[in-house]
Design a protein around this ligand. Structure first.
Ligand code: PEP
Ligand code: MG
Length: 589
C-alpha cells in the first residue's frame, strides 16, 4: 500500500530504488557488490565464519559443562545453547544466501540485512522472553562479522563494479541493477563519508535538520536525501520500493505505477536541467552590471577538489578539515598525515586558493562512536571547534604546522571556526606564530598564509571590528549563526520549522558583517548553506556579498542567478527586506 513520509528536503533530486535498512551501529560494515562468479565464494565465506563461531561457542559450552555445577553455569550453558540455535537457524542462513544470490550483496552486508529482517520479527513478538532474544541474535551476528573482518575484508570499500552512477539509473525490473536507497534511524557525518563512494542512490534518516552535518555531506555527494523523516526507518521495510523527493522532502513508499512514472519523468527533467547548467561552467560569474562574483567550493576531503574544479569553482572557500579526524576510534591524524592531505588539496586546485578550516569537531560532529558529543548536555554550546583546539594545544599546533607546510605548495588560507572572545583570538594568533617558530627551529619549509575568522556566533557578528583588526578575511558560517541567533538546534527535527535564515535578526547580523568588512576593504565570504541556496542569491548580492562558498553541486545554479542579477537594483530591495518584520514576504518580489 502506498504511503508517504515527510521530512526535511536536504539534497536535491529524485531517487527511486529499493530500501536498504541499516542499523546506525552497523554502518561501518562493508557494503559492496560481488560478481556472479564470486557468489559461491561469498556464501562460503559467511558459512566458514559462522562455523568458526559455532565451534567457539560449542567449545565454551562444553568447557562449562565439564567444570561447573553452579546454577550460574547452567544459565550460561542455556544461553549458549540459544546462541547455537540462532546460529544454525534456517531463516538466517537462507536469508543471507538470498541477499548474496539475488542481490549480489557482499557477505557482511547480507548478514546485517538479514539481521534487520529477523530483528523486526522479534520486535513484533508478544512474548517478552522471545522479544529479548533479538539481543542474542545481534550478538551472534556481531561475532560472525568480527570473524569475517579477521579475514581482512575491506570496510566500506566498494569494488569497481559498485559504481554509483550505474545504480542511479532507473531500472524497474527485479534485476541486480536495481538502485538502492539507504534508510537509517541516524547517520553520523563520518558514517555518511564512508558512503561517499558507495552504491546508494539516496538516503533517508529519521533524525536530523536541514543544516545538520549529515545533511551537508549528503548534499556534497549530490545525492537526493531526506532527513528528519521521523519514524521512516520503522515504517519502511527492507526491500520496499521507495521514491525520495529531495526537493520536497517527501518519501513515497511502495508507489503505484502512475506515481512511479511521474517521478521517473521528474528525475529525467532534473538530469536535463543539470546538463543545461553544465554549459555555464566556463562562463565568468559576473552580474549584469559588471560585478565580479567569486564562487568557491566547500569540500570535505582532498579528493573533492576534482568535483570543485569540474563545477567551475575558482577556489576552495571551506575545507572542513575535521573529516580527517572523525571516525578513527581515537587515533587522530598526525602532522605528516595532515600535511599530505592538505598538500593534496592544494595541488588538486592547481594554483587556486584553498581555505582550510581548522578542526571543528564537537556538537553533531563527534570524533568517533566512542567519543560522541551527546555525552554532554548541550553539545552545540560545548567544547566545539576552536574551543576544543585551544584545549588541546599540542594537537592544534600539529594541525597549524601541517597547514603552514602545505602553504609552501600553493595559495592557502587558514580559517578559524567559532571564535567569540578577544582572548581566543589572541591565543589562536599566538599559536599560529608558535607553529611558525617550531618549523623555523626544525628548518622545515613553509609558506605564507592569509588568516581568516568565521563569524558564526552572534557575539562575533556584533563585534566584527575586533575581528577585522586581527584577520585578513572573514567567512560567515550562517548554519551556526542561525542556530545560535535563534536558539534552534540545527540537528533537531522537532524545531526545524523554526530554523529561519530570513529571520530579521539573522539578516541584520549578516548584513552588518558584510558591510563592515567591505568598509575596511577586507574580503567577506559566506560559507554556510545559505550561500548555495539559489533562493538567497539575489538577497546576498543586494547586501553586498561578493564571495560565496558552497557545495560544488550548487555552483552552477548560483552562477545562473548571478548572471541574471543587477546589484544596483538589488541593493534598495535588500534594504527594504532588512527593514521588514517578515522579510520572507518580500523575497519573491
Ligand atoms: C556554518 O556554520 O555555516 C559552517 C559553514 O560551518 P559548519 O556547517 O561546518 O558548522
Ligand atoms: Mg559552523
Amino acid at each position: 500500500m502506498t504511503f508517504s513520509v515527510h521530512g526535511q528536503a536536504v539534497s536535491r533530486g529524485i531517487a527511486i530504488g529499493r530500501a536498504v535498512l541499516v542499523a546506525s551501529s552497523r554502518v561501518d560494515v562493508a557494503h559492496y557488490f560481488v560478481t556472479a562468479e564470486q557468489v559461491e565464494r561469498e556464501i562460503e565465506r559467511v558459512r566458514a565464519a559462522r562455523n568458526v563461531v559455532v565451534d567457539e561457542i560449542t567449545r565454551i559450552r562444553e568447557g562449562l559443562i565439564e567444570t561447573g555445577t553452579k546454577e550460574a553455569h547452567h544459565e550460561l550453558v542455556a544461553l549458549l545453547e540459544v546462541h547455537l540455535m540462532l546460529l544454525m537457524d534456517e531463516q538466517l542462513t537462507a536469508g543471507v544466501k538470498h541477499w548474496i544470490v539475488e542481490r549480489h550483496y557482499n557477505g557482511e552486508w547480507a548478514l546485517t540485512t538479514q539481521l534487520e529482517v529477523i530483528g523486526r520479527q522479534f520486535d513484533e513478538m508478544e512474548d517478552p522472553y522471545l522479544r529479548e532474544r533479538k539481543a542474542d541474535l545481534e550478538q551472534v551476528v556481531e561475532r560472525i562479522l568480527r570473524q569475517m573482518r579477521g579475514e581482512g575484508s575491506p570496510v566500506a570499500a566498494p569494488p569497481p563494479a559498485a559504481r554509483r552512477s550505474s545504480q542511479q539509473e532507473l531500472l524497474l525490473d527485479d534485476t541486480l541493477d536495481v538502485p538502492l536507497v539507504l534508510v537509517a534511524h541516524d547517520l553520523s557525518p563520518a558514517d555518511m563519508l564512508q558512503f561517499k563512494q558507495s552504491v546508494f542512490a539516496g538516503f533517508i534518516t529519521d533524525v536530523g535538520g536541514k543544516t545538520s552535518h549529515t545533511a551537508i555531506v549528503a548534499r556534497s555527494m549530490d545525492i537526493p536525501a531526506v532527513v528528519g523523516a521521523r519514524s521512516a526507518s520503522q515504517l519502511i521495510q527492507q526491500d520496499d520500493w521507495v521514491i525520495i523527493d529531495g526537493d520536497a522532502g517527501v518519501v513515497v513508499v511502495d508507489p503505484s505505477p502512475i506515481v512511479l512514472a511521474e517521478y521517473g519523468y521528474k528525475q529525467r527533467q532534473g538530469e536535463v536541467e543539470r546538463e543545461r547548467l553544465s554549459r555555464l561552467r566556463h562562463t565568468p560569474a559576473v552580474t549584469l552590471d559588471g560585478q565580479k562574483i567569486e564562487l568557491l567550493a566547500n569540500i570535505e576531503q582532498p579528493s573533492d577538489t576534482a568535483t570543485a574544479l569540474a563545477a567551475g569553482a575558482v577556489g576552495v572557500g571551506l575545507f572542513r578539515s575535521e573529516f580527517l579526524f572523525m571516525g578513527r576510534n581515537g587515533h587522530l591524524p598526525d602532522e605528516d598525515e595532515q600535511y599530505l592531505a592538505y598538500k593534496a588539496a592544494v595541488e588538486g586546485m592547481h594554483g587556486l586558493p584553498v581555505t582550510i578550516r581548522t578542526v571543528d569537531v564537537g556538537a553533531d560532529k563527534p570524533l568517533d562512536h566512542i567519543r560522541r558529543a551527546d555525552d554532554h548536555l548541550n553539545p552545540a554550546l560545548g567544547l566545539r571547534a576552536i574551543r576544543w583546539s585551544l584545549s588541546e594545544p599540542a594537537m592544534f599546533l600539529a594541525q597549524l604546522r601541517a597547514i603552514l607546510r602545505a602553504a609552501a605548495h600553493g595559495q592557502v588560507h587558514i580559517l578559524i571556526p567559532m571564535l567569540a572572545h578577544a582572548h581566543e583570538i589572541r591565543l589562536t594568533l599566538a599559536l599560529v606564530q608558535k607553529a611558525r617558530e617550531q618549523l623555523d627551529a626544525q628548518g622545515v619549509v613553509y609558506g605564507p598564509v592569509q588568516l581568516g575568522a568565521m563569524i558564526e556566533v552572534p557575539a562575533a557578528a556584533l563585534t566584527v571590528p575586533m575581528f577585522l583588526k586581527h584577520f585578513d578575511f572573514l567567512s560567515v558560517g550562517t548554519n551556526d549563526l542561525i542556530q545560535y541567533t535563534l536558539a534552534i538546534d540545527r540537528v533537531d527535527e522537532a524545531v526545524a520549522h523554526l530554523y529561519d535564515p530570513l529571520h530579521p535578526a539573522v539578516l541584520q547580523l549578516l548584513s552588518r558583517t558584510i558591510a563592515e568588512g567591505r568598509a575596511q576593504g577586507k574580503p567577506v565570504s559566506v560559507c554556510g548553506e545559505m550561500a548555495g541556496d539559489v533562493t538567497m542569491t539575489r538577497l546576498l548580492l543586494g547586501m553586498g556579498l561578493r564571495s560565496f562558498s558552497m557545495h560544488p553541486s550548487q555552483v552552477l545554479a548560483v552562477k545562473q542567478q548571478i548572471l541574471r542579477s543587477d546589484t544596483r537594483k538589488l541593493e534598495a530591495w535588500a534594504q527594504r527586506l532588512l527593514a521588514s518584520d517578515e522579510p520572507s514576504e518580500l523575497l519573491n518580489e
